[in-house]
Design a protein around this ligand. Structure first.
Ligand code: GRF
Length: 187
């Protein structure tokens, strides 16, 4: 199996990163995690890169042209897939145009509902019956690219924000790998 060089972008806890690193060790899983990009020096998720000897780059997004620096790293390592896994910075149009390969993102709602931040609080406020997660291609509009995989569950009347987050993340660990397999299935 030819494994595609993949870069995972994170900003925080990195539990999806951890899950994808584990999956990538499976013989039939189509990616190899070659690089981790992080925009937050305090992100806990960096430890998964360290523990697994995966090169990582902590990016200062306040400097001009920081995205060029990222693009150079991606080219150097022949990256053909970017997975945004809790990366909190918006990817610019210019970046998307210059990368030219696949970029996918995981979002904690059933898109197109609840794009953007603070999804769980808004979901509870709107008294939604069900929610879940979505993996989608990244385009120039926030959380709006073509949907690859969606997983849903029914909200319990006692669920609070933390319950929704935990239930959603459990599904994310299934949805993200499934989406990656789907992305490479016919290529
Ligand atoms: C995930 O819930 C994802 O949906 C959102 O950010 C969270 C990242 O969690 N975009 P983790 O850092 O992978 O634990």
């Amino acid at each position: 199996m030819v494994k595609r060089n993949t870069c995972i972008f994170i900003s925080g806890k990195g539990s999806n990163l951890k899950n994808l690193i584990n999956k990538s060790r499976e013989y039939n899983f189509p990616i190899k995690v070659k690089l981790v990009i992080c925009d937050n020096i305090e992100a806990k998720g960096i430890m998964y890169a360290k523990k697994n000897s995966i090169p990582y780059l902590i990016i200062n997004t306040k400097i001009r042209n920081f995205e060029n620096k990222i693009i150079n790293e991606l080219l150097k390592r022949k990256i053909s897939l970017i997975c945004l896994a809790g990366y909190m910075k918006i990817i610019s149009k210019k970046f998307i145009q210059s990368f030219k390969r696949k970029i996918i993102n995981i979002h904690p709602s059933l898109l197109p509902k609840f794009k953007g931040l603070n999804t769980f609080a808004r979901i509870l406020k709107e008294k939604e019956v069900k929610t879940g997660c979505t993996v989608h291609f990244v385009n120039e509009k926030l959380d709006s690219g073509r949907i690859i995989v969606q997983k849903k569950f029914y909200i319990d009347k006692n669920d609070n924000i933390l319950d929704l987050k935990n239930k959603t993340q459990k599904l994310e660990y299934i949805a993200f790998p499934e989406a990656i397999i789907k992305v490479f299935r016919n290529s």
